[in-house]
Design a protein around this ligand. Sequence first.
Ligand code: PDD
Length: 283
Amino acid sequence: MTRTVYVNGVFVDESEARVSIFDRGFLFADGIYEVVAVMDGKLIDFDGHMSRLRRSLRAIGIPESMTEDELLAVIRQLVGVNKLDEGLVYMEITRGVADRDFVYARDLEPSVVMFSQVKSLVENQATREGVRLKSVEDLRWARRDIKSVGLLAQVLAKQTARDAGAYEALMIKDGHVTEGGSSSAYIIKDGVVITHPLTNDILPGITRASLLKLVKANEISLDERTFTLEEAYAADEAFITAASTYVCPVVAIDDRPIGDGMVGPVVRKLQQVYIDHARDTAV
Ligand code: PDD
């Protein structure tokens, strides 16, 4: 399959897309990214992803070279020309191109790259049957709240998980769960949804933000606090969320079944509630 992608102001066939070897994204992972889900050709939680994009840019001092309307126009064109019905749009903005030097000039023109990916998000084996997680040490830097393209720790964590037959890594810092390798993590105990509070230790998930509003609206108890891996093993239910998985049930962690090892009722309900929200608010 050949796609049309966007590179620095132009739409080109993916085989012709080029980025400089001097791009600071390539040399230093000096850039940020976003991943937005597409359902029925429409964008899910788009405003949230745009505000996090701006927040990430501000956090590392990259100027906003495109307005939200301009970004939206590019995304719509990518979805349109690639006839994307269900999947993801990836956006990356780096500080730009310059001869290699850790220190950067403030007047660099940011590089902007976007492409679409076909992916079945609503209905697949993971969302239907639930997934297994493998715990791994969280080796990331201290600003996990920035959606940085410096993802080596997550690459290694997720590969370790996959090699062990798990779908996703569950990252552990000082005995406590921070989040998934590329997802927010939750447990449910005695009817209470428990998830790590928003600090620099986790990415502020956009799916998380929407889901927690839905949890409250459905009068399900919520506790934003840290929890240990031992608590996760003993949970009644567990799940992860991300633009790339929506609400995905977790049925085992480190080969220990969660609850009875089947997808539980609260997670099933939240899955449906989130999909309904996504359909209703897609743009
Ligand atoms: N990752 N935590 C981490 C470390 C993530 O990388 C992600 C998303 C999330 C969930 O955030 P959101 O709900 O906004 O997608 C949490 C994306 C999907 C990725 O890197 O592909």
